[in-house]
Design a protein around this ligand. Sequence first.
Ligand code: ADP
Ligand code: MG
Length: 648
Amino acid sequence: MTKKQKKMLVRIIVAAVLMVVLWVAYRFFGVELIDENGARANVLLIREPIWFFLYMIPYGIIGYDILKKAFKGIIKGQVFDENFLMAIATVGAIVLALIQKSGDYTEAIAVMLFYQIGELFQSIAVGKSRRNISELMDIRPDYANVEKDGNLEQVDPDEVEIGTIIVVQPGEKVPIDGLITEGNSSLNTVALTGESVPREVFAGDEIISGSINMTGVLKVQTTKEFGESTVSKILELVENASSRKSKSEEFISKFARIYTPAVCFSALALAILPPLVQIFFMHSGSEVWMQWIYRALTFLVISCPCALVVSIPLTFFAGIGGAGKEGILVKGSNYLETLSKVTTVVFDKTGTLTKGVFEVSGVHHNLIENEKLLEYAALAECASSHPISKSLQAAYGKEIDRNRVTDIVEISGEGISAKVDGVGVLIGNDKLMHREKIRHINCHSVGTILHMALDGAYAGHIVISDVEKENSGEAIRELKKAGIKKTVMLTGDAKAVADDVAGRLGVNEVRSELLPADKVTEVERLLEENKSLGKLAFVGDGINDAPVLTRADIGIAMGAMGSDAAIEAADVVLMDDDPMKISKSIKISRKCLRIVYENIVFALVIKFACLILGALGFANMWLAIFADVGVMVIAVLNAIRALRVKNL
Ligand code: ADP
Ligand code: MG
């Protein structure tokens, strides 16, 4: 509990104790006695004004801030809010008690008391889910160790330049993305990916910031600035997530804006019209005023919309927090809402359903030695971020001297043209060869064929092949089980490879040999087809598919493998690239939305029932308090369930 919450708790306890003591004392000292002659004698040992004064002590203790806020609201012209409702209702009840000389002020105090209990409860609940999110925030590194003259110096990660060697000791967070140059260790990435099994890393491995180094000392050469590092990107995402409102949240705040004044005026009408009618037409006495004013005040307490205003944003907040713990970053409540309506999931192949780690399975028809061809390939690819490029460099295995390469042009979806040692190198698929009008030999192996031309003459091809991620098939089955109607795979790769993978994974449709622009067209077609059914999600790694990530109803990016562009363009980021997380995120979103609807229906039904009872005079303040605070507490408890997503 925070200091503020503790203070509130003390206020609640003090006010409650005082209220009970006064109530008992009043019964004790305040009874009317009838003497033996039948005459009434009021034996109030303490006189009425003193009672009033005494009762105002707990009322003031528990309600002063509400009264102050209501007053401020009136001055500012923003009259109709919960504070106003509570202030009017309780002050009204006190005035009624004064006029009726009933001496019973407990109702007014109780309304404030329970309202504050509800508020305290809600603030604890919000705090709890906020803490869950800030556990994620715990990945923020405070410093980076840089070696200077043999000594380690702690510097602000912001000041570390690209290429600096930093030292990460056991127990420390990795502050900046980089490459391990020395040492090995195991990394705890649970805060990033939700994956609790430590990851073993060795010299030469890439390392992402935000993970925790557990065992060995690592020397890391930074490859990014702090601001561009994974950890900064994630924090930015998380910090912005709550500012993107869902439709349900917008609906509720609009609803409250209309609803609150509406109930205030209804209450006013309830206080004035029926008594006037009764007095004029039924010749009732003036006591009917009291009765109807009391009903109107009860009506006000019942109608407070706080259950909805509080619980719905809280549900989304909890849902985003729960997803975050599983390594699924959702950038806003609106995306959670869209996700819950997904009926079609479209996948990119490379890096999404497959590992994106190609192995060279053959080199054919080459006119120079294999080794030399691979060298040209690896060098020409030295600047590309495509998984093919990384794999070729790995297959080549030697240090790459970037100074030997000039004029690099990457033609997305086709390949690369560059000059290596002054020789013009073309590497890519048959589209590229057609375009450059180079006669090439078709290859019959199943695999991704990289044709190569040197100085405009065909030089042979390298066959590479990629493997599916272990659980891609399972992920697709899970999606179908979750009721996803259609799964589609789009790829720039050759038809043979695409069909082979698609067949094994069991996707419904496959389209191959697509250029990045074709993928957009294809997704637009699918969007049109799916329009009346639900929403379309696209899952990709952002390499050659960032535009599609933006175009789809919802873009899901592979965070670890994916490019920065993907993380930026996507609405949901899967930190550990695990395709199983796609169905998981959909399930989380559905649970969250189900809770939202449950709360809306529950709160509205109870409120309307109580409002009608209140207007008819069947509800007193105590029922009103339940309708307000009780409903809110139940709704908030229900909202917190959205945090629990582990076993979905
Ligand atoms: P996917 O849709 O499977 O992710 P891409 O659109 O990224 O595939 O690439 C499609 C095809 O374009 C690849 O299969 C490859 O033939 C060719 N290609 C793309 N980038 C490169 C590159 N850097 N080097 C060689 N070939 C490439
Ligand atoms: Mg791709």
